[in-house]
Design a protein around this ligand. Structure first.
Ligand code: HEM
Length: 465
């Protein structure tokens, strides 16, 4: 067991564990996302997780170049995910799949999300309605210490349900509560590092694999119900103007599209588009409480730029420079998607002249870049102004890439940014958020799951006059 020739520099390796014994830090995540590795070995580090090669890219420019080509567009073949979501060694949908069929599904998804998407008054109305519902939930919680945890889930998942299937659920609907609990469990309990412990699949009860299989099936059963409803509608001559409706119609002429892919794409849209947005909202509230001066500036901008009727227009989002800069600063400080989700080399290739074998896992250390003083002055400060130029315009920053880079970049970015803007604008306009009186203050503490996720915390809400 030894390193391949011309492999990027990195720690020594031992059989079974690979480089892991040589990485520093209290937890596996701390070890992998540490600054030590970059300091010791430079912009591209060659690692082994068990017997599996994995390369960490620490330099954002190298990452951008490497991921803009075709060679690194794969997804790692996670043995645990395979035993839950693949058939005959093949993944379906978007998140876990790669290759020609994935490419086709992805193109359809991007085009359709754009068709259904932002700038369209329908989606804007849905977001505003859900933001109003959220404010109503919070209105019953004013003037006491409130635990911020799951409140965003249903409004956020309802925006997705509306665009995917034109349905929405009330907060206490048991079906949506179960759906949301499963999504949360999968996202919070997941984590790509688990995949190196393929041995876990031999202990399906102990490792939670059986439970994961059952919850995945339940999730897909709920989505399948809506697909069946849509099929009935199409049969009676209706043409529902939503993701499922469009897919079913295009399926008639496009041989790449089929119902199984549709089911898995929907699962991926919900899986990737719910907890990410609600966690970013939770992080945002923590930072707004920790930095009341930022909250005040956001509030003043919202009041100044909302239209005469008091509506906040999604189409005007770009004008709200300070609010958008604050969202960027939340992305930077939280580094929620600390790495892009791992990629995989689809063929032998090179990064910075080093040889990267077929099947190598590719990681990028975005958290390191987000906290690098060469890119962000005084990185420990929470300062949205760093994203605003001298002319008061939002600065485009190539280092901050919460949605990834290259050809596998998140297809939900525009939707996510739209939701974050609308939800935050309505919340900040309606409430002042401050430190709790009887509970510990928020400090944006994180836990690891599929990403770096916020831990619950208390805040005090006051209704603004
Ligand atoms: C704050 C919100 C969000 C963040 C930070 C985020 C971030 C990311 C990142 C980093 C990736 C991996 C990119 C890569 O592999 O290079 C990704 C993939 C993905 N995201 Fe998002 N995302 C967010 C919201 C959403 C939303 C709202 C949706 C859908 C409606 C969505 C759907 C997806 C899908 C389907 C993928 C997999 C794409 C593929 O592998 O082809 N995301 N996201």
């Amino acid at each position: 067991f030894r390193k391949p020739p011309n492999y990027p520099p990195g720690p020594p390796i031992v059989p079974m564990l690979g480089s892991i014994p040589f990485l520093r830090g209290p937890t596996l995540n701390d070890k992998i996302w540490s600054k030590d590795l970059a300091d010791q070995y430079g912009p591209v580090v060659g690692l082994f997780f068990g017997s599996h090669p994995a390369v960490m890219i620490n330099d954002p420019k190298v990452a951008k170049e490497a991921l803009s080509g075709e060679d690194l567009l794969g997804r790692p073949r996670d043995p645990l995910a395979m035993s839950v979501r693949s058939e005959n060694g093949r993944f379906f949908g978007l998140f876990l799949a790669d290759g020609e069929i994935w490419n086709h599904q992805r193109r359809f998804t991007l085009r359709t999300m754009k068709d259904l998407g932002l700038g369209k008054s329908v989606l804007e109305e849905i977001m505003i309605f859900e933001a109003g519902q959220l404010c109503d939930i919070f209105k019953s919680e004013v003037d006491r210490d409130v635990l911020i945890d799951g409140q965003f889930n249903i409004p956020v998942v309802n925006v997705l349900w509306s665009s995917i299937a034109q349905v929405r659920f009330e907060n206490d609907n048991p079906k949506i509560l179960e759906f949301m609990a499963i999504l949360r469990g999968l996202f919070r309990g997941g984590g790509f590092l688990k995949q190196f412990f393929a041995i876990l699949k031999h202990f399906p009860n102990l490792s939670g694999l059986n439970n994961r299989r059952a919850t995945n099936l339940k999730l897909r059963a709920i989505i399948q119900e809506e697909i069946e409803n849509h099929k009935d509608m199409v049969q009676t001559g209706a043409s529902p103007d939503d993701f499922i409706g469009k897919y079913l119609r295009e399926m008639e002429t496009d041989p790449y599209l089929n119902e199984k892919e549709l089911l898995h794409i929907c699962q991926d849209l919900f899986g990737a588009g719910t907890e990410t947005v609600s966690s970013t909202l939770i992080f945002s509230l923590a930072y707004l409480v920790m930095h009341p001066e930022v909250q005040q500036k956001c509030f003043e901008e919202i009041i100044r730029l909302q239209d005469i009727g008091g509506e906040i227009n999604l189409r005007e989002q770009q004008k709200f420079v300070y609010v958008n800069a604050t969202i960027n600063e939340v992305f930077r400080k939280s580094s929620m998607t600390a790495s892009i989700i791992p990629h995989r080399a689809l063929r032998p290739t090179k990064i910075m002249g080093y040889d990267i074998p077929y099947d190598t896992m590719i990681l990028t250390n975005m958290m390191l870049n987000n906290n690098d003083p060469d890119y962000f002055q005084d990185p420990e400060d929470f300062r949205p102004e760093r994203f605003i130029d001298d002319h008061g315009k939002l600065v485009k920053n190539d280092i901050l890439t919460p949605f990834g880079v290259g050809k596998r970049i998140c297809p939900g970015e525009a939707l996510a940014r739209g939701e974050l803007f609308v939800f935050l604008a309505y919340l900040i306009r309606t409430f002042a958020f401050s430190n709790p009186l009887e509970q510990p203050r928020p400090n944006a503490e994180v836990t690891w799951g599929m990403a770096r996720l916020p831990l619950p915390f208390y805040v005090r809400l006051t209704l603004r006059k």
